[in-house]
Design a protein around this ligand. Structure first.
Ligand code: PAF
Length: 276
């Protein structure tokens, strides 16, 4: 695997690219099998796969969260080598950002819903860095995990608004055998948090099972009760919404998604499930 740390190295490498389809998997590192599944999916449809590892400061609204974000770079490189990734782009913050750089793209209300309510500015930071990374790597296709469902929708909107020539692919959530969605943040869970964190996927599963039985307000209430009753869990939101707009379900809704965020001890977790 080639490892590049500067934009120039990436640009130079791609000068000689002929007839290759580049698949891109942007990450913040602390890789797990969820990320590797994105690499594998990219390998199936692209001739060359680039992964980036960059802990993007502009998408963290809590400096403590940024500080404690796991950065096991040696283990990450080993996992990427093992997965057969072709190129790793691992820049420093100053390679990506100038001092006091400004960014804003109006994508309407989508950035203020759900995660946006709890993490103001988060999606502007995500769009800022993904826009930069797309401009550096110039991928034909980019692969994102469904676990960050709203993030995929936000990036889709940016790509549309800026007419970016990249095809986005959303890949299924990877779960541990007991149902916990894989996440880089899971390393922070104590055994107690880990056990009680299972209520997120259990609640989503319960809602999916009962979707055609109970009404949405009834399901919503039941989900909130399940989450509130779980020791050690502080729910932030649980919403059942239109999977294309993230707005309330209407008669025109084609797919429904349930999304949840909660704190398990000191760790903030998110999860979601397509209900139909
Ligand atoms: O999902 C992530 O890991 C990050 O939000 C991303 C897309 C790599 C941007 O920093």
């Amino acid at each position: 695997m080639k490892i590049f740390t500067t934009r120039q190295e990436v640009a130079q490498y791609f000068t000689y690219k002929t007839g290759k389809t580049t698949g891109f998997v942007p990450t913040m590192g602390a890789l797990h099998n969820g990320h590797i599944s994105l690499i594998k999916q990219a390998q199936q449809v692209c001739t060359e796969v680039v992964c980036s590892i960059f802990v993007n400061p502009t998408q963290f609204n809590d400096p403590k969260d940024l500080e404690k974000y796991p950065r096991p770079i040696a283990a990450d490189i080993a996992m990427l080598e093992q997965a057969g990734c072709d190129i790793l782009f691992n820049p420093t913050v100053s390679e990506i950002y100038d001092d006091d750089e400004k960014w804003h793209l109006d994508i309407g209300n989508m950035e203020h819903l759900l995660e946006g309510k709890f993490r103001p500015g988060h999606y502007q930071g995500v769009m800022q860095v993904v826009n930069k990374l797309f401009n550096i790597v110039k991928p034909d296709m980019a692969f994102f995990g469904q676990k960050d469902y709203q993030q995929v929708m936000v990036i889709t909107k940016m790509v549309e608004l800026l007419n970016m020539p990249v095809k986005l692919v959303m890949c299924p959530i990877q779960r541990e055998t007991d149902g916990l969605a894989m996440s880089s943040r899971n390393v922070h869970l104590t055994a107690y948090d880990r056990e009680h964190a299972l209520i997120l996927s259990k609640t989503l599963g319960w809602i999916k099972e009962h979707f055609n039985v109970d009404s949405i307000p009834e399901l919503q209430q039941q989900a909130e009760q399940m989450l509130n009753n779980e020791p050690g869990i502080i729910p932030e939101y649980f919403e059942i919404v239109d999977g294309d707009t993230l707005k309330p379900v209407t008669a025109a809704t084609k797919k429904v998604v349930a999304l949840v965020a909660a704190r398990a001890g000191k760790t903030r977790l998110i999860d979601n499930m397509l209900i139909y």
